[in-house]
Design a protein. Structure first.
Length: 298
């Protein structure tokens, strides 16, 4: 009697899970970044975790402004700004305004692997595969007392790349009064579109461009208020800025076609020679009487 054959495995692999993810580990020796599980498994927005991992993988001095992050990610300024605020509130990100030796003020961004992990390090980790050490307390570091040594001139360190100082927002007094009136009218259509003076000054130039393109006030308000979500608006100024930037302007109305001019129609006149009715601007004789071939009355 022939043995029955089966394609089923005789024995399941020991320790293999019956469901869920199965990791295929590869030991990396270069071009990798160590991320804590607290950050990688952080509950909430996936954009926040992605921005944090991207910033952690960048070298020191790389730009991490909103414009630089928007150039890398497909998300817009609203989601990127919200992710940076969440990281700053959680303690992973810190933005400091520091004064340089020249007297200028620059904003520097510090990123912490662990919230509250002390001052940032400029030297790389000599053992990236090893376990992280305990977080160092914040504050000035104490230097050990050593014997005096001969003075050795230090090589100048390259200055970290500094982000440019953000330009001050435009003043509301310099904005177009008609554009400001349009922004103020938005709140009467939708009470959620309550704007501050600073937001109104930033949005006024976009309204002015729409007005200059030929759009009317009623049409602009309709384009900015139609189709808004039903839930509360967390950042209404950001939604209006997105619509001013991304909404295509409607085509201007076509000019009416010129009408064909019809010749003037003269009133009826009675001929003085033959009593025949004819059209003429003034009373007189008809064409036949003027030519001498007219009919004479009996």
């Amino acid at each position: 009697m022939a043995d029955s054959q089966s394609n089923a495995r005789l024995r399941a692999d020991a320790g293999a899970p019956t469901s869920g993810v199965i990791h295929i580990r590869t030991r990396l020796t270069a071009d990798f970044t160590v991320i804590s599980n607290a950050l990688a498994q952080r509950r909430g927005s996936a954009v926040t975790v992605g921005v944090a991992v991207y910033i952690a993988s960048l070298p020191t001095g790389a730009p991490v402004s909103i414009a630089a992050l928007c150039a890398h990610f497909t998300e817009g300024e609203i989601l990127i700004s919200r992710a940076l605020r969440e990281l700053e509130a959680a303690g992973y990100l810190e933005r400091r305004r520091e004064r340089l030796s020249s007297g200028q003020i620059r904003t520097r961004t510090y990123f912490y692997d662990v919230p509250g992990g002390g001052e940032p390090r400029s030297d790389p980790d000599p053992d990236p595969d090893g376990p992280p050490g305990p977080p160092a307390p914040r504050g000035p570091r104490k230097r050990p007392v050593t014997a005096p040594a001969a003075a050795v001139p230090e090589a100048p360190r390259p200055e970290a790349k500094q982000e440019p100082e953000p330009e001050p927002p435009p003043s509301l007094a310099e904005a177009d009064p008609q554009a400001v009136a349009v922004l103020a009218a938005l709140q009467r259509v939708d009470s959620r579109l309550h704007l501050s003076v600073r937001d109104a000054a930033r949005l006024a130039p976009g309204i002015s461009r729409w007005l200059a393109s030929g759009l009317g006030t009623v049409q602009i308000i309709k384009l900015l208020t139609d189709g808004l979500p039903a839930q509360p608006l967390i950042h209404p100024a950001g939604i209006l800025a997105y619509r001013l930037r991304e909404t295509p302007l409607p085509a201007p109305p076509l000019a009416p076609a010129p009408r064909d001019e019809r010749p003037a129609v003269f009133p009826f006149q009675t001929c003085d020679g033959c009593d025949l009715a004819f059209r003429a601007p003034e009373p007189g004789r008809c064409r036949s009487c003027r030519s001498g071939s007219g009919r004479h009355a009996a």
